[in-house]
Each structure stands twice: as C-alpha cells, then as structure tokens.
Design a protein around this ligand. Structure first.
Ligand SMILES: [Zn+2]
Length: 507
C-alpha cells in the first residue's frame, strides 16, 4: 500500500503571480472547478488582503468548490489573517496559510526584525489563526537559506501554538535534492511535535530542480507538496503537479507513494491553464507537452507500433489524452461536436455549448477540416472570455508593395460604435494604432507572437499579445484564418481584460 502525499495546488496564488498571468474571477473559478475534478487536496485560492479582486475570487471559490480544502494566504499579522478568514469561511474545509521570512537576509533587510521577534510574531499569528479554524499552515519563507537551528526553534514554537502543517519553502529555488533532503531529515529529528503535523514543501524552479527537490523531501518524510499546473509561478515557476503525480505513478517501485489525483484530468487542466494565462506549454514539456507522446524517429515508430511499451513509459490515456482520430468538418452535427468536446475534456453547460457550436459552424464553413487545436481555439475565444467592453465589428486593411499600410476599423465601445482609420509601418501596426485611437488606451505592446495551430494555408492563426499599462500586464489571444484579423482580436481581447481589471481589481 502506497502512502498518500497530499497535493496543495497554488496555481491560483503563486501561479497567478507569474508576470502577465493575472486572471479574472471567472477565470479563477473555471480553473478551481478543474482542480476539484483533479481531486487536489487543497486549493490555495489567493491572497485575500492583496486586493479586492483577490478577496472576491477566494470567497467565490470557497462558496462554490466543496470537494477540496480552500486555503487563503496571510502574512503573520491579525489584519491579514482576519481578511483571509473572511474569504475562506464559506468553505466546509477552510485553511489559513500564514507565513513569515526566516532567513537572515530576509529578516534583516525585508522585515527589519530581530530573530526572536520573528518567532514571537509567528507564534502570535498562528495562535490568532486558530481562533478561526484549527486548520492552520505555517510557512517559513526562504527556509532553505535559513539557519537550521532557527528553523527548529520557530517550527517547534508554531506547532505548540497550534499549526497543523509546517511548510519548508525553497522560496528562491536555491536548494538541491541532497541538501533539501538533509534539511527535512534534520527537522524531523529536532522539531518538537513534528510527528503530529504534516510537513509540506514548496519548491521553485530557478535551477530546474523544483520537482526533484520535492520528491527528495517526500523521501525524507514530507507528506504535502505545493505545486502548480504546468509549473507556472514566480520567476522560473513552481514544481509542476503533473510531473510529481506521474513520477509516483510510473516509478512506484522506487517511490512507494501515491496522490489522490484523478490523472485523467491532467491534460484538460493543463490546456485550460495555458489558454487562460496565455502561456503556451513548451512542446517538449514533460507529461503535457505536445510532443510528450509523439514518436518521430522511424525506429521508435516501428517499435511503438509493434508494442507500445518499447518506447512509452506512460499511457497518454492515463493523463486524459483520448486517442480519437476523428476530424470534424462542415457536415459534422451537434452530436459529433459534443463527442469531440468530451474527448478533449470540455464539459460545457447548454448555453456555452450553443455558443461554441455556432462558432464551430462558422469556422467549418471556411475550412475543410476542423482539428482539435481549432476547437481549443474556439473554446478559448468564445467560452473563456470575460464581459467585453470592446468588440471588433469590422476591419479593413490596405497594404501591398506600393501602398502605405492603413487600417479602417469599426468597434463597439460600451454601447457606442466608433469608426476610425490610420496608417502604420505595417498592417498589424496600422490595426493596433487604430484600435488604440478608438479605445483611447495608450498601452505598450510588450510581446506579440503568432502561431499556426494547424497545418496548411487555411490554418487558423493564433496570436498572443501582451500589453502593459500603468504597470499592469495582461495577455490576450485571438484566432482567425486571417493573421491580421487574429492580431486585432488578440489586441482587443487584451484591452478587454485590462478594462475589466481596471474596473474590478482596484488595489
Ligand atoms: Zn512560491
């Protein structure tokens, strides 16, 4: 019998801290619903005191998601803890996650506090949190660069104060497996009461070791791992949930551990997170990359055809890649479309289904074959969208060898329609300039990328834009058989997210 390691997912908190990944409340709830299907043990839904939007998102998730514990992050002070509890109290299983930095460099320069005061503050915070719930987690931020004996002192003290989970984060992604394993073992030998609590790890991937470090810690006794989907998160990201889960599953002979994860939701959730954040998954990414189960070399293909196990250590079905070679087209009806959505892992309500089906029909009229990637693009564009202040109604581009590129665009702005035209250095530039003029938002374009999502010249082009305005970054996506139209859609999508955030996410 394998021992269970709990999965604490922080895609919605640490993951959302990736530059440009900030999500709307509706987007967070969609991801939370998938995390519930995955059956993660704990969802860290956000940092309630950080902003009104963060608070509302955590509250909504606590109200809606009943299958997982819902954690809210709080610094080690009463105001943060009260605010966190205000948001998570709607959950049947709320968890307060409070933290303070424990490394000499953080205590001296960031907190400007003496070590003994840091312990006092931590103990007070944990004791205060237990007034609201017995489910309290304490994190020693930058633990891997902290003095071991100081960690022993502070963890012993917070356990006495009522902490049920102690987390040992590698906040800056600095540790290596052997060292991390020693730290965890040392804590097990010296911390008072450690046998009565769960030891958790939270690793960052600055040296590409987040997953390896987490696994090493489990071998040393940790029983909770903090992860994100696709490994997104601050800087180089966090330990990727899908990798941890599949390591235990695939190499159970070496690591006799298991998680409660329903692995068949891994792939659909990975795609959802990628679509919502606008962060593509690298093709060679372990487990969920597009190429993770592709066999290109002739020798490998031959082997796999004869016996899959020759080159495949995992089955794609296990993580929810359903083999289905059916390509939809113009004549595919509702039933075929519904089936396809099912095999791709999308479960839509009736209203969303009708919206998606209409969009599918429009695209099927333009293209002979509609591939799975096209359907992903439809879902991203028509279903995972926020209320839109701006809508692109009409776009006409003039360009060519002798013409100065110009764009004429008609847009809906709120309830009004606005028509404008301007010149640019190229057709995309002309379109963006015109849209900026219409919306009056003078933002900076920081990233622009085009990807053909299916083969052939009738392929759907998918454009991702990232814009910056008053220090806020948002990404937008757009798909169309015409690249310029896709670019304009992506730009308008980013502006819609920005407008939504400016209205709803007042810090
Ligand atoms: Zn982190």
């Amino acid at each position: 019998m394998s021992e269970i390691v709990k999965i604490f997912d922080t895609t919605l908190r640490d993951g959302e801290q990736s530059p440009g990944a900030s999500m709307t409340i509706e987007e967070k709830l969609k991801i939370a619903r998938n995390l519930e299907k995955l059956n993660v043990d704990i969802i860290e839904a956000g940092f309630p005191i950080a902003s009104e939007g963060d608070f509302e998102a955590v509250k909504l998730i606590a109200q809606e998601i009943k299958g997982c514990e819902i954690a809210g992050l709080a610094r080690a002070n009463e105001a943060d803890i009260e605010r966190a509890y205000e948001a998570i109290k709607y959950s049947d299983m709320p968890r307060i996650h409070t933290f303070i930095a424990t490394s000499p460099i953080h205590m001296e320069y960031k907190l400007r506090m003496k070590p003994e005061n840091v312990i006092e503050r931590a103990v007070h915070a944990v004791r205060y949190a237990t007034k609201f719930t017995s489910n309290v987690e304490f994190s020693a931020e930058d633990a891997t660069r902290s003095e071991l004996d100081f960690l022993v002192k502070i963890f012993s003290a917070v356990i006495k104060a009522g902490a049920k989970v102690i987390n040992v984060p590698d906040t800056v992604g600095y540790t290596v497996p052997e060292e991390y394993s020693k730290i965890i073992s040392y804590l097990f030998e010296h911390v008072d009461g450690i046998e009565n609590v769960t030891v958790s790890v939270h690793c960052h991937n600055d040296l590409g070791l987040a997953v390896a470090n987490s696994i090493a810690a489990v071998k040393a006794g940790a029983r909770q791992i903090e992860t994100t989907i696709n490994g997104i998160g601050e800087r180089a990201g966090n330990a990727a949930m899908e990798e941890i889960v599949m390591i235990f599953k695939t190499r159970n002979d070496v690591y006799p551990f298991d998680t409660n994860i329903n692995t068949e939701y891994i792939y659909p959730t990975s795609r959802l997170v990628s679509q919502i954040t606008g962060f593509p998954v690298q093709p060679n990414k372990a487990i969920v990359g597009k190429n993770a189960f592709m066999h290109e070399s002739g020798i490998h293909q031959d082997g796999v055809l004869k016996a899959k196990e020759t080159y495949e250590i995992m089955k794609p079905e296990t993580i929810g890649i359903k083999s289905d070679s059916i390509v939809l087209g113009k004549h595919s009806g509702r039933h075929a479309f519904k089936n396809k959505l099912y095999t791709l892992g999308y479960e839509l309500n009736d209203e969303d289904f009708e919206k998606a089906f209409k969009a599918f029909k429009r695209i099927a009229d333009k293209k002979k074959e509609v591939y799975d990637e096209d359907i992903d693009a439809i879902i991203a564009e028509y279903i995972y969208r926020i209320p839109e202040k701006y809508e692109l109604k009409y776009i006409n581009i003039n360009c060519g060898t002798f013409a100065k590129p110009s764009a004429t665009i008609l847009m809906r702005v709120g309830n009004e329609e606005v028509l404008k035209a301007s010149f640019g250095d190229g057709p995309v530039d002309a379109a963006f300039k015109t849209i900026k003029e219409i919306t009056g938002i003078d933002c900076k374009l920081v990233e622009y990328s085009v990807k053909s999502i299916t083969g052939g010249t009738d392929a759907l082009g998918e454009v991702t834009t990232r814009i910056e305005y008053k220090g806020k970054q948002v990404t937008g996506q757009g798909a169309d058989t015409d690249i310029i139209v896709a670019s304009a859609k992506a730009f308008v999508n980013a502006l819609n997210k920005l407008a939504y955030r400016l209205e709803n996410w007042v810090k």
